[in-house]
Design a protein around this ligand. Sequence first.
Ligand code: GFB
Length: 312
Amino acid sequence: MHKNSRIYVAGHRGMVGSAITRCLHNKGYHNVITRTSSELDLRNQAAVADFFAEEKPDYVFLAAAKVGGIWANNIYRADFLYDNLLIEANIIHSAYRHQVDKLLFLGSSCIYPKLAPQPLKEEYLLSGYLEPTNEPYAIAKIAGIKLCEAYRSQYGCNFISAMPTNLYGPNDNYDLQGSHVLPALIRKFHEAKIENQPFVEVWGTGSPRREFLHADDLADACVFLMETYNDEAFVNIGTGEDVTIRALAELVKETVGYEGELRWNTDKPDGTPRKLMDVSRLHQLGWQHRIELTEGIAATYQDFLRNQEAYV
Ligand code: GFB
């Protein structure tokens, strides 16, 4: 990738796409192409084809997706499957038709079987049943990986895939129904502190374990892979460390400075018991995360305080 290459970041307003765009600018890539969803509906095949014909990007970061936490995934099952299949298929096919030099597709750790051995090695894909709450999203993401592999084998396209663990950071979704756990906890503890509420409701039992990576670390890993990695095998991106949801809740509570109680609502699902990434492939390639969880949560809470009006 050259500093003046034409680089399309699909999904640049989301948490991941905005972090990739910041990272590219910081590294001196000055020809980044973006479109908002109102300018370009990525589910529209003809519109995506026209966009590629007009802009002719050299590199594509496929960070556009319909995403959400455990509740949204489980309720909007059709939308998570349909929207994500269309977005991926349209962009990947257009990238092939318009001879993009290289494309990076972003998947998710939920592609692995619910009860896969831990930590999750890349080769565990399709070795068992998926977690039911996010099966539609996972199937769409698996289709994205397979599209990249198929266009590589049939047409010789340099399309690579990366599987990030659970992410957090600036421009996250703070909607309490649709969001992931970390932004939900930041908002809940903050509001409970301001309103002097005696307790905060937390979902599930607190026993599932999750791994969390800051979006700026993810973006750095994505640019690193775009610059250096050209193989078919996809690559996990994570820290290699996880915590229980209970420990996470205590950490967020302390960061926010809330002094009330936690109440666990076990009517809400726990989801996968554990999904810790095996990051040895990424480490062997020469990349490691930099932002530790405590520091990342503190920075994310400050970002929430600065942008609360836009986020809530
Ligand atoms: O982050 P989260 O929604 O997604 O939930 P997943 C992680 C864990 O936190 C679950 C618990 O065990 C939740 O029950 N949790 C506790 C909460 N309190 C809350 C809360 O207030 N809000 C939320 N959202 N959770 C998603 C998948 O799974 O992870 C996606 O559905 C994707 O497909 C994404 O893979 C990374 O980690 O369970």
